[in-house]
Write a protein that binds this ligand. Structure first.
Ligand code: SIN
Length: 326
């Protein structure tokens, strides 16, 4: 049997509330050992070791938690007697952590994030099955080399592309137009696709990760949004991701302010409030080519990449290249 380490960070999978109810609970309450003990055959899949690294609602996660998690995963992945790692996590910010880990962990061993939409105390909680299948996936040779993955509702997602699409249903995730990497058929792993974008061992950020990350903020564009929002964000941040309308768009006064702030050294990325499609170079909304398109990354994932990119360089052409590669 393979040796799998489960790193628990909290979330609804460790949530507790009124017995039988799926709402009105607190995330990050139950110890991982208790959750493992509730899954009948999980110990027949792999030799398990559990580490309770944090026990928080994932809305409490920040860059410090991400850096700590990467450090712990790298430390474990370096051990010959660890074959794969499962991370339990709240679903609210799981997409951000998954992408951060995908870019910063230095291993080809399987790393699988999972969680739940219903607390452990609910009738028909989804956490135990998700965790069981995440352990099966992390134990499988099929999972090698895919970068950081996430497992939900018997579906395997890539850490780069996973996004939360429902704040209510247990099938709460998808991967935009890219479908998924594969399925779990009970304990069997069935992979069907692979990401072309750089991750883990090929990622420059996995080789030499900074201890501190530059401040990057997100500003949401809406009809009539004032430019003062950009000015305020620029006071405290080195980089700004704009969640624009349509294909990463904004008004002409915003464009003028973006160009002015660029001259003062702020680095801008254009993402979109539309969840599908692509944000690409635009001669209309970025005529002087100062605002880097996020491609298919959501605003919050573009922020993760911009933070990492700014930790290496402030050269806008180099950052643009990074956005094309990752
Ligand atoms: C959280 O993200 O920690 C709470 C919500 C969830 O896990 O579904």
């Amino acid at each position: 049997m393979k040796n799998i380490v489960i790193i628990a960070t909290g979330g609804t999978i460790a949530g507790s509330g009124k017995i039988g109810k799926a709402t009105d609970y607190h995330a990050g309450k139950i110890d991982i050992k208790e959750i493992i003990d509730s899954i009948p055959t999980i110990n027949e899949v792999a030799n398990l070791k559990a580490i309770q690294l944090f026990n928080v609602d994932s809305n409490e996660m920040d860059e410090k938690h991400w850096l700590c998690l990467t450090k712990k995963i790298n430390e474990l992945a370096n051990c010959d007697d660890v074959d794969g790692i499962v991370v339990t996590h709240g679903t609210d910010t799981l997409d951000e952590t998954a992408y951060f880990l995908n870019l910063t962990v230095h291993t080809y061993k399987p790393i699988v994030l999972t969680g739940a939409m219903r607390p452990a105390s609910a009738t028909s909680a989804d956490g135990p099955m998700n965790l069981y299948q995440a352990v099966c996936l992390a134990s499988s040779d099929e999972a090698l080399g895919h970068g950081v993955m996430a497992l939900f509702s018997s579906t395997i997602y890539s850490g780069r592309d996973i996004q939360k699409v429902s704040n209510f249903k247990i099938d709460a995730f998808d991967q935009k137009d890219f479908g998924c990497l594969g399925y779990m058929y009970d304990d069997k792993v069935l992979m069907f696709s692979r990401t072309f974008k750089k991750h883990t061992l090929q990622s420059i950020f996995s080789k030499d990760l900074s201890e501190e990350l530059p401040a990057v903020g997100i500003v949401y564009y809406y009809a009539g949004a004032k430019v003062e929002l950009l000015k305020m964000m620029a006071d405290e941040h080195q980089g700004i991701v704009i969640i624009g309308s349509g294909s990463g768009n904004y008004s002409r006064v915003w464009l003028q302010e973006i160009e002015r702030l660029t001259n003062q050294g702020i680095v801008f990325v254009r993402a979109s409030r539309v969840n599908q499609g692509i944000v690409y170079k635009s001669d209309v909304f970025d005529p002087h080519n100062v605002c880097i398109p996020s491609n298919t990354l959501s605003g919050q994932k573009a922020r993760v990449l911009l933070m990492l990119a700014l930790s290496k360089t402030r050269d806008i052409n180099e950052i643009r290249r990074i956005f094309d590669e990752y």
